[in-house]
Design a binder for this molecule. Structure first.
Ligand code: NDP
Length: 296
C-alpha cells in the first residue's frame, strides 16, 4: 500500500486565496487593511528566511506588512518598548515576534507583553488558557495547519487515537489541545516516553514534532494511519554535490509512505500551512478588533 500524499502546498494556497477574498471587502467596504507586524531580533539565517516569506505572503494577500529588524544586542527593555508601540498602533492587528530570541531576552516576558488580541501566534498565556478551556482564542499557526489538514483528510476525528510526539509550547502541547477538542483520545510523547515504538503503533493519527531527522521509521506507524510530519531538519545531501543539504522531516518518509494511509511530505506539507494560518489569524484579529464577522 502507498499512502495518499497530503499536499500542504496546495492546501495553503487555497487558504491564502480565501484570506485574500476576505481582505478585499474589508478594504472596499470598511476602509480596513489587516496589518501584521513581524519582529526579528538578530541575524539567524533560518529566521530571516521565515520573516521574508511572511512579509511577501502578507503583501500578496493584500494586507499590510510591517517588518522590524533589530540587532542581536537589542535590550529586552527596547524590545518591550517596541511591543508597547505596536500594541497601541491601530494599523497593526497582528504581532509576531520571531523565535528564538537571543539568550539575554526573556522569551515568556516578551510574548506575554503582546496584547492577546494581537497575538496571532497564539503563544500568550491568555490564549494558551483560552484554548485549554475551550474558549475563543488565537490558535497557534502550525498546530492549526495540522488540524485543518487532518479534518480535510479524515472528516470527523472523534474517537480516534492521536499520538503527538513532542511537548513544546509552540507545537506539541497546542496540537494535543486541538486534537482533544476534536474528541480524539490523545497521548503526548516526549524524550522520556517509554517504548515509544508501541505508543506510536497505537496511533490512528501520528503527529511528529521532535526536530530529529527521520527518527520515526515506517514500522512505528500503524497500517492506514494518518501521519503529520511537523519536523524540518536540514541534513547533508552529498548526492546533490559537495556541501549541499536537503530538508527532511522527523518521519522516515520512504518507509512510512508504504504503511500509512495518508502522510504529509517534507517539504511541502506542514510548512506552507503555518504562514497561511498566520495570515488567516491576522484577518480574524482585524475583524474581532472592528466588530466584524470573522472568516470561517
Ligand atoms: P522543541 O525542541 O521545542 O521540542 C521537541 C520535542 O521533542 C520535545 O518535547 C522533546 O522532548 C521531544 N523529543 C526530543 N527527542 C525525542 C526523542 N528521542 N523521542 C521522543 N521525543 C523527543 O521543538 P519544536 O516543537 O519547536 O519543533 C519540533 C520540530 O518541528 C522541529 O523540527 C522544528 O523545526 C519543526 N517546526 C516546524 C514548523 C513548521 O512550520 N512546519 C513550525 C515549528 C516547528 P522533551 O520535552 O522531553 O525534551
Amino acid at each position: 500500500m502507498t499512502a495518499t500524499l497530503i499536499d500542504g502546498k496546495a492546501f495553503a494556497a487555497g487558504i491564502r486565496e480565501k484570506v485574500a477574498a476576505h481582505v478585499a471587502p474589508l478594504k472596499s467596504d470598511h476602509g480596513l487593511t489587516p496589518g501584521l507586524a513581524v519582529v526579528l531580533v538578530g541575524e539567524d539565517p533560518a529566521s530571516q528566511v521565515y520573516v521574508r516569506n511572511k512579509g511577501e505572503q502578507t503583501r500578496e494577500a493584500g494586507m499590510a506588512s510591517f517588518e522590524h529588524r533589530l540587532s542581536a544586542d537589542t535590550s529586552e527593555a527596547d524590545l518591550l518598548a517596541l511591543i508597547d508601540r505596536l500594541n497601541a498602533d491601530p494599523s497593526v492587528h497582528g504581532i509576531l515576534v520571531q523565535l528564538p530570541l537571543p539568550d539575554h531576552i526573556g522569551e515568556a516576558k516578551v510574548i506575554n507583553a503582546i496584547d492577546p488580541a494581537k497575538d496571532v501566534d497564539g503563544f500568550h498565556i491568555s490564549n494558551v488558557g483560552l484554548l485549554a478551556t475551550g474558549q475563543k482564542s488565537m490558535v497557534p499557526c502550525t498546530p492549526l495547519g495540522c488540524l485543518l489538514m487532518l479534518r480535510d483528510a479524515l472528516g470527523s476525528l472523534s474517537g480516534l487515537n492521536a499520538v503527538v510526539v513532542g511537548r513544546s509550547n509552540i507545537v506539541g502541547k497546542p496540537m494535543a489541545q486541538l486534537l482533544l477538542a476534536d474528541s480524539c483520545t490523545v497521548t503526548i510523547a516526549h524524550s522520556r516516553t517509554r517504548d515509544l515504538l508501541e505508543v506510536c503503533r497505537g496511533a490512528d493519527i501520528l503527529v511528529a514534532a521532535v526536530g530529529r531527522p527521520q527518527m520515526i521509521p515506517g514500522d512505528w506507524v500503524k497500517p492506514g494511519a494518518t501521519v503529520i510530519d511537523v519536523g524540518i531538519n536540514r541534513v547533508p545531501a552529498p548526492e546533490k554535490g559537495e556541501g549541499k543539504t536537503r530538508l527532511v522531516g522527523d518521519v522516515d518518509f520512504a518507509s512510512a509512505v508504504e504503511v500509512a494511509g495518508a502522510i504529509t511530505p517534507v517539504p511541502g506539507g506542514v510548512g506552507p500551512m503555518t504562514i497561511a494560518c498566520l495570515l488567516a489569524n491576522t484577518v480574524t484579529a482585524c475583524c474581532r478588533a472592528n466588530g466584524l464577522p470573522e472568516p470561517e
